[in-house]
Design a protein around this ligand. Structure first.
Ligand code: CDP
Length: 221
């Protein structure tokens, strides 16, 4: 029965620092699913462009970085810096960059590595573009103040000196760029469940999301 079961795909989208990453990792562990943080692909493209002294707005440079992406690029130490975050949403606005990364994401979803039962992918366009037929779609959000607080804490823990106001401002700019772009903008799929984590701790958020996944993807009949 388990051997020929179709891969379960869980699509998790939402704005910056909404808690998608932590939630996705926890859910993947709970349901024995592989996890792909698709934001790390765009961050890696951006980090490579910046490290080469190129402009993230340069479509030739950005597309070349996306086409040449290696799995080792996903381990770079500069993926989570504020500079990489901003540049990632600039490269992500370019249709050719998105096209170059699409197949990898779809293949991951269709045949998750490592003998697991399926995959959780988190990002901005998973439920709308990458996996429109996902078994379960969640759109995770939180107030912008909550998200900025979480991101500020994360950056400070990494030794970054950014102030809360700088983090808030940068996050608003990035969300706007992600929501207003022409190709695969950040938006809630019609069939996605909205999960607002403003007032939820991680355990509560995981419990709510897990109940939805259990009901929708794992209940027999
Ligand atoms: O961790 P955080 O939510 O701040 O961002 P992320 O998920 O690592 O994504 C970084 C950037 O990659 C986003 O601001 C988007 O511009 C882009 N991205 C995207 O366009 N599509 C995705 N599926 C995932 C990320």
């Amino acid at each position: 029965m388990t051997g020929d079961r179709k891969a379960v795909v869980v699509a998790i989208d939402g704005p910056a620092a909404s808690g998608k990453g932590t939630l996705s990792r926890e859910l993947a562990a709970r349901f024995n699913l592989a996890h792909l943080d698709t934001g790390s692909l765009y961050r890696a493209v951006a980090a490579k462009v910046l490290a080469a002294g190129q402009d993230p707005k340069d479509p030739i440079a950005a597309e070349a970085a996306a086409r040449g992406l290696q799995s080792s690029d996903l381990q770079r130490s500069d993926l989570r810096t504020p500079e990489t975050a901003q540049a990632s949403s600039i490269v992500a606005g370019q249709a050719k960059v998105r096209a170059a990364l699409l197949d990898y994401q779809r293949r991951f979803a269709a045949r998750a590595p490592g003998g697991v039962v399926g995959a959780v992918l988190d990002g901005r366009d998973i439920g709308t573009v990458v996996c429109p037929d996902a078994d379960v779609k969640l759109f995770v959000t939180a107030s912008k103040e909550t998200r900025a607080l979480r991101r500020h804490k994360e950056l400070v823990e990494r030794g970054d000196k950014a102030t809360y106001d700088e983090v808030l401002e940068a996050m608003i700019a990035r969300d706007r760029r992600d929501s207003e772009r022409a190709t695969a903008p950040l938006e809630q799929a019609d069939d996605a469940h909205l999960l607002d984590t403003s007032e939820l701790g991680i355990e509560q958020a995981v419990a709510q999301a897990a109940a939805i996944i259990q009901r929708q993807a794992f209940s027999e009949g």
